[in-house]
Design a protein around this ligand. Structure first.
Ligand code: IPD
Ligand code: CA
Ligand code: CA
Length: 267
């Protein structure tokens, strides 16, 4: 509970800053890490705050955060932080963004929090303790008819650099299900699976901080999270499939195999 409560407090503090600066960005606040990979001064400011809090409270823990902080990732316990998931939305004034904080032991998530400040929705879970949205227990959907399922996905910033751009998957599935949404925040997508709003989610080239908290929240809400091959290499393997247990396998089997050579590198 100590880790979860700490993560909740920090996520709420971070969310307040995100909300305060939302809609007030100047062009000098926006920069690019890649062709389409936007970073704002808010991403870095919020990350600094979260990292400072973790360092003060748990000085021996490791940190893997998106923008700058990467230290002691071989520590027994490591925090995975995405200070602002949905930066493109944020920069365009769209309300689908959040802060995501998770803590892992041996890269197995112990606790995870995703806070969406525009909707004031706090999703959280602790391993073995169930998943919650604003103090109410949440569960994945019970949809069993794949053709009636509502899915979510996204398209990576590197989509112009690889043939694995997810378009063939999208085209195939778009003809088989009720709908596919593309919200622009992987952490929110996963939480919406946990809350039963989406029946399933998949994406390619996500980084560990994108999926760390959300994957635990889905599992604790009774859902299944795997890689496309059906294994558990979704944290570093750049491919993830999440869903309720009735449609997860069918979703997975409709996706192209993803090559093992693409991996997130810790060093
Ligand atoms: C991105 C979002 C988006 C996903 C991208 C991620 P960011 O994270 O989660 O939904 O499609 O691949 O990188 O850059 O906004 O933190
Ligand atoms: Ca992200
Ligand atoms: Ca981010």
């Amino acid at each position: 509970m100590v880790l979860l409560n700490f993560a909740v407090d920090v996520a709420k503090e971070a969310g307040e800053i995100l909300l305060k600066r939302f809609g007030n960005l100047k062009s000098s606040d926006i920069d690019y890490k890649g062709r389409w990979n936007v970073v704002t001064t808010v991403d870095t400011e919020v990350e600094r705050l979260i990292v400072k809090r973790i360092e003060k409270e748990f000085p021996n823990d490791g940190i893997l955060a998106e923008e700058n902080a990467r230290k002691r990732t071989d520590a027994e316990r490591v925090w995975l932080v995405d200070p602002l998931d949905g930066t493109v939305n944020y920069a365009h004034g769209l309300p689908f963004f959040c802060v995501s904080i998770a803590v892992a032991k041996g890269w197995k998530m112990e606790a995870g929090v995703v806070y969406s400040p525009c909707t004031d929705e706090l999703f959280y879970a602790e391993r073995g303790g169930g998943a919650f949205l604003n103090k109410r227990r949440i569960n994945v959907s019970s949809t069993s008819d794949f053709s009636k399922s509502l899915l979510a996905t996204g398209f990576a910033y590197v989509r112009n650099e690889t043939e694995h751009n997810n378009l063939a998957n999208f085209n195939r599935l778009n003809l088989k299900v009720e709908g596919i949404r593309r919200l622009g925040s992987a952490a929110i997508d996963l939480c919406y699976v946990a809350a039963g709003r989406f029946d399933g989610f998949w994406e390619l080239f996500l980084s560990p901080w994108d999926v760390a908290a959300g994957s635990l929240i889905v599992e604790e809400a009774g859902g299944i999270v795997t890689d496309i091959a059906g294994g558990d290499d979704y944290l570093f393997g750049f491919n993830i499939v999440a869903g309720n247990e009735k449609i997860h396998d069918e979703l997975r089997r409709n996706l192209e195999p993803f090559p093992e050579r693409f991996r997130f590198k810790l060093s």
